[in-house]
Design a protein around this ligand. Structure first.
Ligand SMILES: Cc1ncc(COP(=O)(O)O)c(C=O)c1O
Length: 448
């Protein structure tokens, strides 16, 4: 049995765990929220070390789409771990990795002439995609968007543009990255109306192509089909289609980062399916390993085969245990029709939030697709206080951007749990309006 360090007793409460965490884990891995440590979970419910129950509206950053504590997956993982936990797929073949790749290829929009690369995180898969784009096109330049979060490895960090703390003292980034404005219609810098605008924000890219950015030197455009950490922003379909066309026109690869939005989150298996566009490459992570670490790039065979071995090899990636977990998750997804559940429950949740918006002036916008919903509040202080109060009252809810509530529960959340979540949010709004949420919230919570 593994023994604890000398003189150290087993940590048993939220407070003990969170206090010790500050002493042993580097602060870079932490975005401070309330001091809570989860002990267990079942479907969309979580339980902390003090025995308190929560409804999960975060899904471990949109990675627990199937919910918590799934016994079927646990059993499949146990069986595989007892037989052979992993053996590096770089050297010998793995049936489960082949079977999972086959399934993923079937899911890809368009034809089946696709291949897969496994990694162990979303960020690594973004790096794989940067390598693929450069190798396949023999071009160097990459376009990405302001507000994008693509991950923390050097490549993913270089194309991200969401937090100065991520980049400070880190330079030089990988060169030749160009960031443009994401189409955020509610904050349109041209003050245009979404239905009648002439896609002025896309023209910013076209202008660059005519002034300083030779399009024939651009390898890829990296695009989040719903801008997740920027505030769950759904772009206009016209924009996404025109961007994909622009890429096609200049031989630029259109890459979609589905790390946060795939696996039914948006009411379709891939969020890009909401826009009727077939991307050249899709990047996934988070939910893709059924609760174990997994990153995926998939795309057209000729692109995927443009990298020679060992240009992107990881010892543990795509191992038999994570693939068994993923295959079991996929089976459950299909059997339980979870993508459809996301769509219908998402509509229900959004309508309830819109009802709250009609009642309370502090709610400025409610948007999203499926169970990927953003709620804008009037300012940062109210947002922080509401998040704090919800966490106190048993709701796992965080904010992103300046003042957006991030609502991405496990797809197995029940209608009763949605109703209860709405009650807790409404009670928190009333507590805020009555001046009952202390300023302590502002020192405890210090998200992105
Ligand atoms: C859109 C998006 N891309 C990339 C990443 C990075 O994935 P990972 O944390 O698995 O490296 C994230 C994680 O939050 C994400 O939301």
């Amino acid at each position: 049995m593994c023994s604890l360090p000398t003189n150290q007793k087993r940590l048993c409460t939220n407070k003990e765990i969170c206090t010790r965490e500050l002493e042993v884990l580097a602060k870079t891995q932490k975005l401070p929220y309330c001091p809570i440590a989860f002990k267990s979970g079942q479907d969309a419910l979580l339980y902390d070390y003090d025995g308190k129950e929560y409804i999960d509206l975060l899904s471990s950053a949109s990675s627990a789409n199937i919910g918590h504590g799934n016994k079927e997956i646990a059993k499949a993982v146990y069986n595989q771990m007892s037989k052979l936990p992993q053996f590096a797929i770089a050297y010998f073949s793995c049936r489960e990795a082949v079977e999972y790749a086959e399934k993923l290829i079937e899911l890809y929009p368009g034809d089946n002439n696709k291949k897969v690369i496994f990694s162990s995180s979303g960020s690594e898969s973004i790096d794989a995609t940067i390598k693929l784009s450069k190798c396949y096109t023999s071009r160097n330049k990459i376009i990405s968007f302001n507000g994008a979060y693509h991950g923390s490895t050097f490549g993913a960090l270089s194309i991200s543009a969401i937090s100065l703390n991520m980049k400070r003292k880190m330079g030089p980034m990988i060169p030749d990255i160009y960031h443009f404005n994401y189409p955020i219609c509610i904050k349109c810098p041209y003050e245009k109306c979404e239905s009648s605008c002439n896609l002025q924000c896309l023209k910013e890219i076209e202008n660059a192509f005519s002034l300083y950015l030779p399009p024939e030197e651009v390898a890829a455009v990296f695009f989040e089909p719903i801008a997740g950490d920027a505030g769950i922003i759904v772009p206009p379909k016209r924009y996404v289609q025109a961007l994909a066309e622009l890429c096609k026109k200049y031989g630029i690869l259109f890459v979609v980062d589905e790390i946060q939005q795939a696996w039914g989150r948006s009411g379709k298996f891939f969020a890009i399916e909401n826009f009727d566009v077939e991307p050249d490459l899709i990047v996934m992570g988070k939910a893709s390993g059924g609760g174990l670490p997994m990153g995926i790039v998939m795309g057209k065979t000729e692109i995927m085969d443009s990298l020679d071995a060992p240009a992107h090899v990881f010892t543990m990636s795509g191992n038999s245990t994570v693939c068994v977990a993923a295959l079991k998750m996929l089976e459950i997804f299909e059997r339980e029709n979870l993508v459809e559940q996301s769509k219908t429950k998402g509509e229900y949740f959004k309508n309830k939030l819109l009802e709250l918006k009609n009642k309370y002036d502090i709610i400025k916008d409610v948007r999203g697709l499926g169970l990927s919903i953003g709620v804008d509040l009037d300012n940062k202080i109210s947002t922080t206080k509401i998040v704090y109060q919800c966490q106190q009252n048993g709701l796992v809810l965080i904010s992103i951007g300046e003042c957006t509530l991030r609502i991405q529960p496990p797809l197995v959340i029940t209608y009763a749990q949605i109703d209860k979540s709405i009650d807790i949010i409404e009670q928190s709004i009333n507590a805020l309006l009555d001046g009952k949420i202390s300023d302590e919230a502002l020192s405890v919570i210090n998200g992105w």
